[in-house]
Design a protein around this ligand. Structure first.
Ligand code: FAD
Length: 312
């Protein structure tokens, strides 16, 4: 794969798809590098809340393909390779991929975030054999069983609620004093008779033979350890930005997020960032879409004028 476009979007989550669609609708030749299937983190989510137009929520596997279809209709080129590096080439940018380079006058980085690993024995060994981060994918396979969810934030609560539709029991293990996140999710978790929340506990090991059989759980206050029998462990203990491959090209903050101004301009002329890869992202679907539309509009303006105001 190689090619030249006015705008190249790196990442095919909701930020990237919205940026690509907006850019193409503004008349710019636009490519989106998806690095695999388009849709990003939300594509497997059973019930996305807070998206305008969907008062009852919407499954990610419905919403993300709709956004992809809108990109297709607008004339966006989909390239499935991942970006491996970004560097300036005269007054344009060169995106390296495994099967060739893509050249673009403006680049929008929309590579989102990845789940932080728990870093305990058994996590890597049982990945895909009981260790998961997708309730809608694996929940239906766990009917009649117990599942453990590690973490107590929005993602953990949302996925625990999705799992409770399928399994007999969900045990949430949170190392803090309380669940931390949106009140609506907290209320739903507390009211759900299938979900048990254990606070001030941490998972120290995932145990099993062919698949997961149990987790070792430590009481943070007393140090006491017990085993909990479970068929699966879903880990939601934070997110980290997918920004390593652009660290030579744009400024990152201390947590690795791309810093931008309000128009999504990065520190490098012609490079923008949108969605959860950028510092100060709203970390919501609507925010990712807004970032994408803002970045594409600013890229269009930059290509038209060549103007690049310095960041504050
Ligand atoms: C479990 C969970 C539930 C959530 N539920 C909700 C909800 O109900 N409502 C809500 O508003 N928000 C929700 N969110 C937040 C929402 O998912 C994000 O705010 C939003 O999806 C971020 O979109 P994004 O495009 O920035 O990133 P992502 O969705 O992470 O997409 C980034 C894409 O870039 C790709 N990529 C990464 N590196 C490269 C590379 N080098 N080259 C090419 N492509 C690359 C990735 O594979 C991915 O497809 C949830 C998040 C999680 C984790």
């Amino acid at each position: 794969m190689s090619g030249e476009f006015e705008v190249a979007v790196i990442g095919g989550g909701l930020a990237g798809l919205t940026a690509a669609m907006t850019s193409a609708r503004l008349g710019r030749s636009t490519a989106v590098l998806t690095g695999g299937l388009a849709g990003g983190q939300l594509v497997s989510i059973e019930h996305i809340d807070g998206v305008p137009g969907f008062p009852e929520g919407v499954p990610g596997y419905d919403l993300c393909p709709m956004a992809q279809e809108q990109c297709d209709a607008a004339g966006v080129s989909f390239l499935q390779d991942a970006c491996e590096g970004l560097e300036p080439e005269s007054d344009k940018w060169r995106i390296e991929t495994a099967s060739g380079a893509v050249i673009a006058g403006a680049v929008i980085i929309a590579t989102g975030s990845s789940f932080v690993k728990l870093g305990v024995p058994g996590e890597k060994e049982f990945q895909g054999r009981g260790v998961s981060d997708c309730a809608s994918c694996d929940g239906p396979l766990l009917r009649g069983k117990t599942a453990v969810v590690v973490g107590g934030g929005d993602s953990a609560m949302q996925e625990a609620l999705a799992l409770a539709l399928h399994v007999d029991k969900v045990i949430m293990i949170e190392n803090g004093d309380t669940l931390a996140g949106q009140v609506g999710y907290k209320n739903d978790v507390e009211a759900n008779g299938k979900i048990e929340v254990q606070t001030q506990k941490t998972v120290t090991e995932i145990l099993g033979q062919d698949g997961v059989d149990a987790v070792r759980v430590k009481d943070v206050a007393t140090g006491e350890e017990i085993q909990i029998q479970t068929a699966a462990v879903f880990i939601f203990v934070g997110l980290e930005p997918n920004s390593g491959f652009v660290s030579n090209a744009v400024s990152l903050n201390e947590s690795g997020h791309v810093t931008t101004d309000a128009s999504m301009r990065s520190s490098a002329k012609g490079v923008f960032a949108a969605g959860t890869v950028r510092a100060a992202s709203a970390c919501r679907a609507a925010g990712a879409m807004g970032d994408g539309a803002t970045a594409a509009t600013a890229a269009h303006h930059y290509l038209a004028t060549g103007l690049w105001p310095a960041q504050d």
